[in-house]
Design a protein around this ligand. Sequence first.
Ligand code: DGL
Length: 371
Amino acid sequence: MRNAFHAKYLAATFVLAAATLPAGIALAADEAATATTAPTSATTPRVAVLATGGTIAGQADTRAANAYNAGAVGAQQLVQAVPGIEKLARLSTGQVASIGSQDMNDKVWFALARRIQEIFDRNEADAVVITHGTDTLEETAFFLDNVLRTDKPVVLVGSMRPSTATSADGPSNLYEAVEVAASPAARGRGVMVVLNDTIQSARATTKTNTTNVQTFASPNSGPIGYVDPASVRFLTPALQPDSHKYALPSGEQLPRVEIVYAHANMDGVQIDNAIANKARGIVLAGVGDGNTSKSALEALQRAAKQGIVVVRASRVGSGFVNRNVEVNDDTSGFVVSLDLNPQKARVLTQLLIANGVTSPAQVQKAFAATW
Ligand code: DGL
């Protein structure tokens, strides 16, 4: 079904793009470079749309059986398929990657972070919107939130349905993402995620449903705002200027940090494997309050003794992991993730290690500082 939907979606997208190109937008022959639309007015905000792939850019190949391709449509075609979007902002587009976000990786993250920082440092745009698959969207948002130095809006957007589905969400999500990015009230709020009329913060949000359009939620704090075609409403004040920004290490790779998923009848094998794989950090996706069996805890203690950063997070999906409740973190040399889910705790641990922050006390302080 999905492939058929996507084939029709693409056909519809290209027909619409060709038939209704707004004045000032031309199809780019090569989207590797950033293409720009003509200004609506000199005071209209400039928003750069950077595409990375995902269902929002999905395409089906009818020649093969298993050929859903999550990142086939280019950035400019995506923008051109959204009626009225050109009235919100002076739009430019760029293609950073064309992948399903299950394949998101350090190389693309570094390219994205560097390109966004360059856009702001050179004053090429007032805000950036990133189109992205929803599977790992929260990790990219959190990574960018921790490395970008700007108070200008950065918004990630994806979609859950192809556009030929009843009530397709891609075009309206992209419209609303640009609407939020262009809003003066969006400044100083860090990286945001916009889907299905809701605005979430990069730190708090997570994908909670495999298919539902209301998949992104912020279980500990709720959304930071709402958006509809007529208005952008923030429920919280803008953040204080950020002090917790981390430098990108030279090279294209973050340090190896593994997530170990806890379960009943758990032994220490996964943890010993992570140690053998030269992990610099291990994040426990623990049961309950970041908990696990005695033998797994002993394996984690062995890891911590070797200087591996050990962070206890939870597989539960909401709530905080607290220090020294059932586990003695002080004597074990462990860190707790507080509100961060395992996948985000992993990203922060990678950035900390890359920036030379490795002692349990320093790492714990950094986890607390970003809350
Ligand atoms: N595998 C998915 C991804 O790119 C496609 C689905 C989606 O974008 O939600 O994350």
